[in-house]
Write a protein that binds this ligand. Sequence first.
Ligand code: TPP
Ligand code: MG
Length: 584
Amino acid sequence: MSETSGGEVLARMLKAEGVEKVFGIIDGTYFGFYSSLHDLGIEIVTPRHETSAAHMAGAYARTTGRLGVCMASNGPGVANLLPGLVVEQAEGNRVLAITSCRRPQIMYPDRGGSYQCFDQVGVIGRIGKWSHAVPSFDRVAEMGRMALRECFEGRPGVVHLDVPENLMNGKVKAEVAIWAPHQYRRLAALPPPAEQVEQAARILGTARAPMIHAGSGVVHAAAYDELRRVAEALHAPVTTSWAARGVLAETHELALPMIHVKLNHELRNDSDAALIVGSRVGETDWWGRPPYWRKPAEQATVQVDIDGHILGANKPLQLGIIADAKLFLAALADRLEARKGGADLDERRKRVSRTREALRAERARLDEKLQDRSVPMLPAHIAHTCQQVFPEGTVLVADGGNATIWTMFFHQVRVPNTLLSTFKFGMLGAGIAQALGAAVAHPGQPVCCIIGDGALGFHPQEIETAVRNRLRVIVLVVCDKQWGMVKMNQQFTLKPLKTMIFKSLGPDETIKTDLGEIEFDKLAQAMGAHGERVADPAQLRPAIERALACGGPAVIHVDVDPVKHMWAPGLMHFKDMHLEPKGK
Ligand SMILES: Cc1ncc(C[n+]2csc(CCOP(=O)(O)OP(=O)(O)O)c2C)c(N)n1
Ligand SMILES: [Mg+2]
């Protein structure tokens, strides 16, 4: 009989699941696990902070549709992993975290005085979907299967398996069978009941003015074509959550991008039927509530989700369906396309063209800002120029307060699943690791990351990770030498009138909002990346072209006008969004 470690068993299980990359920082407490990963040809990608491992796994999972796996060592490694896990759970990315913990003789509970340990399962159990510690060698494979089953059931999120060091590393004489995935979890997507598809077709097909609202569930199911077919068959405009921007290409006449906040409100108030797919209809969807959405009694709502716990959570339904978004939308599209006549499509077309006109006018007003060619530049130029220079379909990561707002308003999502941020959690600094994860997912292709100078200050060391792993991440740092978004907020809180008149308060009139300068171009060069600095909008395009041509990671320090930067578009809407809606 051969000898094996629990770590090796888990590594073989991941291999059977088709895992090709694992993100994390190595430590002797789980050598048995990662050395087996290495032997099996699973690549270990090591960042310089464990929280980055969680974000890399999350971004990798989201942009590939595969499982994202991260690992960390007991005590400090897991403590550093925690913020990343909190965020990935909030964003709903399919992440499996495998960690070492201390041996059972001294842990769970801590005997008292044990080194590098805390109640890892207790903490992650509160923030993730599922978290358990393996008690003995004979349960390693079975609990590994439990964890993997959890990864693929319900809403994607964080699943955690805690494995004692002695099981990770210790060799045992045993033949452990590695089951194929179909032997322990459902592989086929969940189809909708036919009569519910029929009912949905009736509600939406006979409505005067139906609309569709899509969330991240559409991304996870990669249901882009099916969504488009349903939208076209109904001639229904599509709004999305921030995170699902572009699931219907924003160039499509039925797409109503989230940045047109007022038009979103108007459409949602005008629609007498709403199809909600893969969305919780949470705070950034304005809770599905008046005055931002029509009164529930006047808006027949059909909600489809892979997770029954989400149905009707925030908006009352006429019909709730548990199903895979792709299978449901395909079945609904078939049903609607087979139906002839019935709905007044002319009326719907008129409605869509009115919205298009308003949208074009808003876009033109926004684009007028690009006439401002002053130095240091208006931040609008950054996302706008990136869109022109990067190849179509490049993943864009947005991170940083106002830096993200400007990016949202000057980037159009033309290819589904090409925009990343932490839209649910607003975690400054996560973007750099998300960009690395996306670059691992798309070898050889560039990834664009637009990030605030405050945000990049959290994890600049990951530029070296990009260099070491030859990842083509091109970072544009929006440098205003301030916590811009918070400064704007403070100014309005402290002296609203003076802020309106002078656009900005004096240096001592806000509390701790200014930052010193980091020369990010030089910092990047010090880590072996290409680095340069730009303040003139005329120089931006050639700088990005050089960054793309260098073939490796690059950082462009972009100086922006700090006062103009604070006046990002749409500010008032975002303030409203965080207040409890008044309507019932
Ligand atoms: C980890 C974390 N800490 C604090 C905050 C609160 N916060 C939100 S926006 C912001 C300022 C962001 O500054 P910067 O990244 O420079 O972007 P800017 O607004 O200046 O473009 C802060 C501190 C946060 N969202 N995340
Ligand atoms: Mg800033």
